[in-house]
Ligand binder design. Structure first.
Ligand code: ARG
Ligand code: GLU
Length: 713
C-alpha cells in the first residue's frame, strides 16, 4: 500500500515535470502567470522583482545593446557587460597595428581612458503595455486594407500620446502575428564608452572551431559604460557627461553552483519561427539553407586564406569573417538537428492533430480547417521568389563588398540635384569621402576579387532559369572580374577619389553607362527591388495573415498547451536549469568546463586555440584568486533556457536575481530551437561570471572594475 502511494506520488511529480515548460520566451510584464512555476523550480524572487513599472526592478538593469545584442548593468556607475562578439566592431574600430586591442585586449585604467563609440546605443525598457484591445477595437470584419489602415492610425496615435512630453520612444509591436499588440516604451542612451575587452585569445577563444559547439571555453565578454547628462538622462557624447546611475544593477553571484540550480535568461531574443508548416520547413531544410551555406562556404574559403596570410588582413577581415561564419555554421547545425529529430514528421503529426481538432467542431472547422493547407499552397506558390530573395541577399549584401560601395554611391548620386539645389553638396561629398575611407580601411582588392569570382559563379548557378541581367548574361565571370577590379570606382579608393574630384551633374550617367561594377549591381538590384521584393512582401503579408489564424486556432483549440509568442526582438525572459544534456546516443555533455580545458585545447595546435603566454602561466600556477569552486575555475556552463540570436550578452540570473554568467551561444545540437525546441537537446551556453571577473582582475589587473561591482556570496 505504502509503495503504491509512493509510486503514485512519484508519477504525479513526473507529470508535473513533464509539463514544465523550458520551452518558451515570455513577456516580462506577464510573468505573474509563471511565478508559481518558477518558484517551484527554486526561484526566490516575486514577479514584481522581475518586472515592475512602479518601482525599480531587475528589468531596469537589462539593456538592449545597439538594437541587436543584450547587455546588463552591474554597477551604480553605469558599468555594462555584454559579449565580446557584441562589442567586436567597437573593439576593432579602436584597434590598429600599433594598438592591437583585438590581439592584446584593452583596459581603461580610469574613466578618462574610456573610448567613445559614435552611433552606439544602449536602451532600457521603461514599460511594456498590452494595447491589444485598443489597437483591434472595431477592426473585426473589416476588409484587409481598411483594417490595416485603422490599426495603423490607432498605433500612431498611441505612440504619439506615449511620447509626448518625454524623452522616451514608443513602439507598438504585433505579437502572435497580430493576435496581440504591445506598446514598448524605451529610453535610449547614446554615449556608451568602451571600458575594457579581453584579448581575442580569451574573448574569441575557440574561434570558428568552437562556435556553436559544446564543450566551450570562450571568455565572450566586453565591458562598456553608459554616460548620461547631469540629470541622468540620455545625451549625445559630451565631455561633460557623467556615468549613468541605473535604477537597478545586478549583484554578481559568487555562490557555489550545482546541477539543477534555477536559471533565468533576461534579454532581447531576435526571431523564432515555431509555427512554420511542414512544407515550409522542408523547403528551408532542403533548398534555402543548403544554398546559403554553399554561398558562404565560398566567401569563407577566400577570407580565411587571406586572414592567415598577413596580420594586416587578419585585422581588416576579422569582423566580417565572424559575421559570415556565424550564420553559416548555425545553419549547418540547424538542418542537422532538425533532420535528426525528424522535425518534418513531428510537424506532420501536429498538423494532423490540429486539423482533426478543427474538424471535430463545425465552427472551428470553418475558422481553422483549411489554414494549414492554405499555408502550404502559399509556400508552393512563392518559394521561388523567396529563394531568389535569399540568393540576392547572399550575393549583394553578404558577398563581394564592392556592392556595398555601389549602394552608398547610388543613394548619394540619385540625390545629386536636390543636394545641389539645397546647397548641401559639399557637405555630402565630405561625408561620402569619409564613408569610402572607412570602407577601404578594411578592404583588400585581391580578396574581394576572388570572392566576386566564386560567388558570381555560384549565384548564377543557384538562380537557374531566373533572369540575370545583360552583364551577367553576356560576359564570362573571369573577364568581368578582371575589368571590375582594374577599372571600377567601387574597388579602389584612388579611383573613387578621382571620380569625386571631377564630380559633375554628368557623373552619375557616366557611372551608369561605363562602370561595369556599378552596372552589374544596378541590374541585379533593380530586378531585386522591382520583381523579387514586391513578391516576397506579398508572400510574407499573406503568410502572416494565415499565421494569425493558425495561432488563434492553437490558442482556442488547445488552451492547455504551452503557448508563447515567437521572438520579435522584444524583451523576454526564459527559465530553466543549470544542466548538461545527452544529445547523441552514448554521449553525455557535462554541464560545465574549466580552465584546464583551455590548456588541453591549446595543446592541440589548432590556431583557433592560440593563447598569450600569460594564460598558460596562470593556469599552471592554479592562480584562481577568489573565483574558484572546489579547486576548479569554471569557464562556461550550459542550461535548459530557450534562447536565440539577440540573447547574446543576456544576463543569466540565479534564484535570487544575482548574475551567474553571460549568455553567448547555444550548442550545435540546439540551434534547431529557432524552429523547434527539443528539451533533451536544447541548451544555451554561458560564460561563468566568476571567470569573467578572474579575467578582469587576475589576468588583466583591472581590479578597479571588480571593486565597482557588488559581489554576493
Ligand atoms: N554563435 C554566437 C552567436 O550567434 C557567437 C558568435 C561569435 N563568435 C564567433 N566565433 N563568430 O552570436
Ligand atoms: N551568439 C548569439 C547572439 O549573438 C546567441 C546565440 C544564439 O543564437 O542562441 O545573439
Amino acid at each position: 500500500m505504502y509503495n503504491k502511494v509512493l509510486f503514485l506520488s512519484i508519477l504525479f511529480l513526473l507529470q508535473i515535470f513533464k509539463f514544465f515548460p523550458h520551452e518558451g520566451m515570455w513577456i516580462p510584464s506577464l510573468v505573474k502567470a509563471f511565478e508559481n512555476d518558477m518558484q517551484a523550480m527554486g526561484m526566490r524572487l516575486s514577479a514584481e522583482d522581475i518586472y515592475d513599472v512602479n518601482s525599480s526592478s531587475i528589468k531596469d538593469a537589462i539593456i538592449h545593446f545597439n538594437g541587436g545584442c543584450t547587455a546588463e548593468l552591474v554597477s551604480s556607475k553605469g558599468l555594462l557587460l555584454t559579449n565580446h562578439h557584441c562589442g567586436y566592431s567597437q573593439i576593432q574600430s579602436h584597434s590598429s597595428l600599433e594598438k592591437d586591442y583585438l590581439k592584446y585586449g584593452f583596459w581603461a585604467s580610469n574613466k578618462s581612458e574610456e573610448l567613445s563609440n559614435p552611433g552606439l546605443t544602449a536602451s532600457r525598457v521603461v514599460r511594456i503595455e498590452d494595447v491589444t484591445n485598443t489597437v483591434l477595437f472595431e477592426t473585426e470584419g473589416l476588409a484587409d486594407k481598411e483594417r490595416y489602415s485603422k490599426i495603423q492610425t490607432t498605433i500612431n496615435k498611441l505612440i504619439a500620446d506615449a511620447q509626448t512630453g518625454t524623452h522616451y520612444t514608443a513602439k507598438i509591436k504585433a505579437f502572435n502575428y497580430g493576435n496581440d499588440y504591445y506598446m514598448i516604451v524605451k529610453e535610449t542612451f547614446k554615449d556608451v564608452r568602451l571600458v575594457g575587452a579581453p584579448p581575442n585569445s580569451i574573448g574569441k577563444f575557440g574561434g570558428d572551431t568552437d562556435n556553436w559547439v559544446w564543450p566551450r571555453h570562450t571568455g565572450d565578454f566586453s565591458v562598456f559604460r553608459i554616460y548620461s547628462d547631469q540629470n541622468n538622462e540620455p545625451n549625445e557624447y559630451s565631455e561633460s557627461n557623467v556615468p549613468y546611475t541605473p535604477l537597478h544593477f545586478l549583484p554578481v553571484s559568487m555562490k557555489k553552483r550545482s546541477v539543477g540550480d534555477f536559471t533565468m535568461v533576461y534579454g532581447f531574443p531576435g526571431t523564432t519561427e515555431q509555427h512554420l508548416t511542414s512544407r515550409n520547413l522542408s523547403y528551408i531544410m532542403d533548398k534555402e539553407r543548403p544554398a546559403r551555406i554553399e554561398m558562404r562556404e565560398k566567401s569563407l574559403s577566400v577570407i580565411d586564406a587571406s586572414m592567415r596570410s598577413s596580420d594586416l588582413l587578419r585585422i581588416k577581415y576579422a569582423s566580417k569573417q565572424a559575421r559570415i561564419a556565424n550564420g553559416w555554421k548555425k545553419w549547418i547545425g540547424q538542418v542537422g538537428g532538425l533532420k535528426t529529430v525528424d522535425a518534418i514528421q513531428i510537424k506532420l503529426n501536429r498538423e494532423k492533430e490540429y486539423n482533426d481538432m478543427a474538424l471535430s467542431n463545425q465552427e472551428w472547422g470553418k475558422k481553422y480547417g483549411r489554414v494549414i493547407n492554405d499555408m502550404n499552397v502559399l509556400v508552393d506558390r512563392y518559394k521561388d521568389s523567396d529563394f531568389a530573395y535569399s540568393m540576392v541577399i547572399e550575393y549583394l549584401y553578404v558577398g563581394p563588398e564592392l556592392f556595398k560601395r555601389a549602394r552608398e554611391i547610388s543613394k548619394f548620386l540619385s540625390n545629386y540635384s536636390t543636394l545641389e539645389e539645397n546647397g548641401e553638396l559639399d557637405n555630402e561629398i565630405e561625408k561620402q569621402t569619409k564613408l569610402s575611407k572607412g570602407f577601404f580601411k578594411n578592404y583588400d582588392n585581391a580578396t574581394d576579387k576572388r570572392i566576386f569570382e566564386l560567388l558570381t559563379e555560384e549565384y548564377v548557378e543557384q538562380m537557374g532559369d531566373s533572369p540575370l541581367g545583360s552583364i551577367l548574361k553576356n560576359n564570362s565571370v573571369k573577364d568581368l572580374a578582371e575589368i571590375i577590379y582594374e577599372k571600377s570606382i567601387l574597388t579602389s579608393e584612388l579611383r573613387f577619389n578621382k571620380f569625386m574630384e571631377k564630380l559633375s551633374k554628368n557623373s552619375f550617367n557616366k557611372l551608369k553607362n561605363k562602370d561595369l561594377g556599378y552596372i552589374l549591381w544596378m541590374e541585379t538590384n533593380d530586378r531585386f527591388i522591382k520583381n523579387i521584393v514586391p513578391e516576397v512582401r506579398v508572400y510574407r503579408a499573406s503568410m502572416d495573415r494565415l499565421l494569425k489564424t493558425y495561432v488563434a486556432g492553437k490558442l482556442e483549440m488547445f488552451p492547455d498547451a504551452n503557448h508563447w509568442p515567437d521572438a520579435n526582438s522584444s524583451m523576454r525572459i526564459t527559465y530553466g536549469k543549470l544542466e548538461g544534456s545527452a544529445p547523441h546516443d552514448g554521449m553525455r555533455y557535462i554541464e560545465h568546463t574549466n580552465i584546464d580545458g583551455i590548456i588541453t585545447k591549446n595543446n592541440s595546435g589548432n590556431p583557433d586555440y592560440e593563447l598569450l603566454p600569460r594564460m598558460r602561466k596562470l593556469a599552471a600556477a592554479k592562480d584562481y584568486g577568489d573565483y574558484g569552486q572546489d579547486g576548479e575555475l569554471w569557464v562556461c556552463f550550459t542550461g535548459s533556457n530557450h534562447t536565440t540570436g539577440g540573447n547574446s550578452g543576456s544576463p543569466v540570473l540565479d534564484a535570487d536575481g544575482d548574475l551567474l554568467g553571460i549568455n553567448f551561444d547555444r550548442s550545435w545540437e540546439s540551434t534547431m530551437s529557432d524552429f523547434m525546441f527539443d528539451k533533451n537537446r536544447c541548451r544555451n551556453i554561458m560564460v561563468d561570471i566568476r571567470y569573467v571577473l578572474w579575467v578582469i582582475d587576475i589576468y588583466s589587473g583591472a581590479s578597479h572594475l571588480v571593486d565597482e561591482m557588488t559581489l554576493v556570496e
